[in-house]
Design a binder for this molecule. Structure first.
Ligand code: ADP
Ligand code: MG
Length: 263
């Protein structure tokens, strides 16, 4: 099986994209899946949060995008968790400008990844919050998009921006991209607004909304400073358990044939 490539995207910052990428990677790896994270955010939080020192990288995503290294040369192993990372490095912020004059500048990541798709079951792309050439590379490379959403007042605005972007990407370059799921993150179960926004998400996205909800949980927020996914840092934490459930829900959604064959 060739890898499913999933971009985790939302044009709002701070909605849990990186946290979802890192914990989903560790959760899928624990379920025996081979996983690669692609860190497309110059802030490199998925890289650092996987215990990789971004200041000491000989090669990373920047070199890959510019054609100076292959994915096989630039990927690293996460400190713990059993997944691989194509790390972001300091130069990535400047890649935008340098890529502008390159050929096929939106398809650089897609082309580079094509060589390693057989090495993985899942490739999870951590996109930066704005619609940059980097995000565009993520959306062009992806089969589908996973959208983390905080159920608060402005949540739906961020999503409608992303939907408009997806429509453009479909028309221009990648007609097959779809939404694999909408994930409610940092959820406050006793918060009426959360419940309202949640209801709106269901009426708009229907069964695309994951049943699994990620609660707001301090252990999830602490884990990155230890260079670990939360599900390894504190497996029993409510947030960690939720991310493990999400990994199972995602597997059931994208691999239905495998699941029924196992029963
Ligand atoms: P994004 O990548 O969308 O900018 P992050 O994943 O970096 O968002 O999350 C933003 C902040 O919220 C980070 O400080 C992160 O540790 C924290 N955070 C994310 N998910 C949770 C959660 N379930 N509970 C508590 N804090 C969280
Ligand atoms: Mg992030």
């Amino acid at each position: 099986m060739s890898a499913r490539v999933i971009a985790v995207a939302n044009q709002k910052g701070g909605v849990g994209k990186t946290t979802t990428v890192v914990n989903l990677a560790a959760g899928l790896a624990e379920r025996g899946r081979r996983v690669l994270i692609v860190d497309l955010d110059p802030q490199a939080n998925a890289t650092t949060g996987s215990g990789i020192d971004k200041s000491r990288l000989a090669a990373g995503i920047y070199q890959v995008l510019l054609g100076d290294a292959s994915v096989a040369e630039a990927r690293h192993e996460a400190k713990e968790g059993g997944y691989h990372v194509l790390p972001a490095n300091r130069e990535l912020g400047g890649a935008e400008v340098e890529l502008v004059n390159e050929l096929a500048r939106e398809a650089r990541l897609k082309n580079a990844l094509s060589e390693v798709l057989d090495d993985y079951d899942y490739v999870l792309i951590d996109c930066p919050p704005s619609l940059t050439l980097l995000t565009l590379n993520g959306l062009v490379a992806a089969d589908s998009v996973l959208v983390p959403v905080i159920c608060e007042y402005y949540a739906l605005e961020g999503i409608s921006d992303l939907m408009a972007t997806l429509r453009k990407v479909r028309i221009a370059i990648n007609p097959r991209i779809d939404i694999i799921g909408v994930l409610r993150t940092m959820f406050g179960a006793r918060n009426n607004l959360s419940q309202d926004v949640s209801a709106q998400l269901f009426s708009h996205f229907k069964d695309k909304v994951f049943e699994t909800v990620i609660p707001r949980n301090v252990r999830v927020a602490e884990a990155p400073s230890h260079g670990l996914p939360a599900i390894i840092y504190d497996r029993a934490a409510r947030g960690s358990q939720a991310y493990l459930a999400l990994a199972d829900e995602l597997i059931a959604r994208v691999e239905p044939a495998t699941l029924s064959a196992a029963h």
